[in-house]
Design a protein around this ligand. Sequence first.
Ligand code: CA
Length: 290
Amino acid sequence: MIKITGSTHSGRVRDHNEDAFLIDESRGLAVVADGMGGHASGEVASKIIVDTFSHVDRVSNDAGSSANLANTLLVAHTAIVAHAHAHSECKGMGATVVAVQADAQAYRIAWVGDSRIYHWHRKTGLQQVSRDHSYLEYLLASGEIEPEQARNHPQRNVVTQALGLNKPQPDSLSRAWQPGDRLLLCSDGLSDELDDAQIEALLVGNAEIEPAVAALIEAALNSGGRDNVSVVLLENRALENQALENQFAPTDEDSAQSSWQNRSWWSEWWPLFAGTGAALLFGAVAYFIF
Ligand code: CA
């Protein structure tokens, strides 16, 4: 089973929230979209993306490959462009997005822009899986700046791709993951405020994913909250199911039930038998001694 939870906050500076997210736990599907554009049209773009995913999810049973996730992003792109053509106030709107679809063994992702996905494993720690489509990533890849210079770079929010603008080329990939692993999807409102070590500390410090999401958003707000912030967390709970199955494993369901009943009966009455036995023994010993 995949457990998923998420939350979004407009932040401490912006008066509206242009982020949107989608969670479908039954299919292991999650999406975070970060809209941009004047006159609140960023909200429209990010909503079109999550609506597209929920629609595809309903009509198709085959949204689960990374290629299909990328195709769904292109469907959303076309829908954003069409909406902008029909509504002049939405001209120039766009959105970055990251989408994931996971089962117990593997997860598939697709993304456009600088919305990110991280993978946390208890031994290898936190690793960013997506590579931003951003000017900063280009500078890093070409060696023009060092990672330490990236955090406060004046152009750190310049994306080179977004849905709704030009011709986006979604990246996609698949990875294996293990029981207990977590996936974190976020908008740049989180990754701009917190570095990887801060994010990892809050993941490790919270045994459950709901309080982890709340703690991450609170930390981003306390760090400035300069942008809308969205966080979605997935946890691989396959081991939990397996442990549960092992616990109630006997192949014959009836024998399992009857052995459980016998044990329950014995566990309730053994103090009485033990007490009676001890009293008889004490009586016999006392009789022979005195
Ligand atoms: Ca943002």
